[in-house]
Design a protein around this ligand. Structure first.
Ligand code: ADP
Ligand code: MG
Length: 433
């Protein structure tokens, strides 16, 4: 890449990224053009990973706009830094920076998460003093990482002298492996023990089964805990339920406070949607917010995803977000989210719709009125439950997978020309939404 095109790319990135992201992630990087790739190198892993998360797609867009997108993009940590313990491990820039998007005041509180929220806030006011460790657990997309970042953000704002390390357990593991490989264990330990005042470790369940990392973390934990340094850990499960995690760690995780986050109730989901819409200047009518919140129930990330889909469709159609659009769009999304949608449920609905017995659908009876409903079952199981042909065959009374394939294809081609069949199918589908 000539220096001139690099200047152009930087300009585009500068225009498309928030200023703090550009200055913390793009400015410290260096670009090199290779024969078939662009190499972008970063002073440390944290910068590289944050760049990957926040700047990669804007970069790809910029390259595309400038017609420079024929080569691969490779992100690296500068080799000199990788080998140098001084810089890899004790570089002050490796202390975490926190995206101001994830704050306590952008976190919507409901009965499902107020306890965890309060505990995190207490910790961010008096780290190391009230609950140590603080262990937050709950399902995917319920705000654990948001809370962890909010603690980091608050602390780095109010107590800028604190050395805060925020990372995933996966990153911790990789760093440990790297330290062993290049013989830098002393520096690794220094970084996570004497060099750290607050450790925010995300997704600890990742350590399950990783004995060497668990052992190292055990000593890290003890050191920090004895020195009254705050430790906050998140997990998708309660400590004792993490299989493959050493007992002595499970026990320690319960020493302080264990707080859970539960799926939010519908009012909280509406509030979250409205907040996100307002934050992103998306105009979201109340009826749509309620509609989305009542259909997307178990995961806040999905809730945000629906909002973005709605906005994308609205702007593509040059229309505003309205209930019609929401109904149309969530139609594809909802079946995947309804966890109670099961193979048995599909059969039951088809049987009900056609006034048949489930046993008859699974049987080998050759009655004419059975063959189409059977094929509809095959089609629905394939489409909505993503079952394989042999799985469907086994489920539908030991039928050969080619029979299933034929059945599915029959329905696909006939529903194009037979409006009654099409209506029947969408009627059934609407029932399990
Ligand atoms: P987890 O780590 O539990 O899987 P995240 O913290 O990554 O979930 O949350 C997923 C998304 O949902 C994030 O964008 C986060 O900001 C948002 N989110 C989760 N809970 C809330 C909440 N109570 N209020 C506002 N946004 C939330
Ligand atoms: Mg998370």
């Amino acid at each position: 890449m000539s220096s001139n095109s690099w200047t152009q790319i930087r300009e585009r990135l500068k225009a498309s990224l928030p200023a703090h992201i550009f200055s913390s992630l793009v400015e410290p990087s260096s670009f090199f053009e290779k024969e078939d790739s662009y190499e972008i190198s970063f002073p440390n892993r944290f910068t590289k990973e944050s760049f990957e998360e926040k700047c990669l797609s804007p970069l790809k867009n910029a390259l595309k706009t400038l017609s420079l997108d024929a080569k691969r993009i490779e992100l690296l940590v500068a080799a000199s830094n990788q080998e140098s313990a001084q810089q890899t491990f004790i570089d002050p820039s490796s202390f975490s920076r926190f995206d101001p998007k994830y704050r306590f005041d952008t976190f919507v509180i409901g009965t499902s998460n107020q306890f965890a929220h309060a505990a995190c806030q207490a910790v961010s006011k008096q780290p190391g003093q009230c609950y140590n460790p603080l262990f937050i657990f709950g399902g995917a997309g319920l705000g654990k990482t948001h809370l962890l970042r909010a603690i980091g953000y608050e602390l780095s704002k109010n107590q800028s002298n604190l050395r805060i390390l925020f990372l995933t357990s996966e990153a911790f593991t990789n760093e440990l492996i790297q330290a062993i490989r290049i013989d830098r264990m002393r520096e690794f330990r220094e970084k996570y023990r004497s060099g750290c005042d607050v450790l925010l470790l995300d997704d600890i369940h990742f350590l399950a089964g990783k004995e060497r990392t668990q052992e190292e973390f055990f000593y890290t934990f003890n050191y920090l805990h004895e020195s009254r340094k705050q430790i906050v850990i998140t997990s998708d499960r309660y400590p004792k339920d993490i299989q493959g995690l050493e007992n002595r760690l499970q026990t320690r995780f319960e020493w302080g406070l264990v707080a859970d986050v539960q799926p939010p109730e519908v009012e909280t989901r509406v509030a979250i949607l409205k907040n996100k819409a307002e934050e992103q200047k998306i105009s979201l009518p109340d009826d749509v917010a309620h509609y989305v919140a009542s259909h997307v129930t178990s995961n806040i990330r999905e809730l945000e995803g629906s909002l973005h889909r709605l906005q994308a469709h609205a702007s593509l159609n040059n229309s505003s977000i309205n209930l019609d659009l929401a109904q149309q769009i969530l139609r594809d999304l909802v079946p995947r989210l309804k966890h109670e949608l099961t193979a048995d449920g599909v059969l039951k609905l088809v049987a009900l719709t056609f006034g048949l017995k489930i046993a008859d659908l699974k049987s080998n009876k050759r009655a004419r009125n059975l063959s189409e409903p059977r094929q509809i079952c095959m089609y629905l199981l394939r489409k909505h439950l993503m079952m394989s042909l042999p799985e469907i065959g086994a489920f539908m009374g030991d039928r050969h997978h080619t029979t299933i394939l034929h059945g599915v294809n029959e329905i696909i081609s006939r529903s194009k020309t037979d409006p009654e069949l099409e209506i029947n199918i969408s009627k059934i589908e609407s029932l399990f939404r």
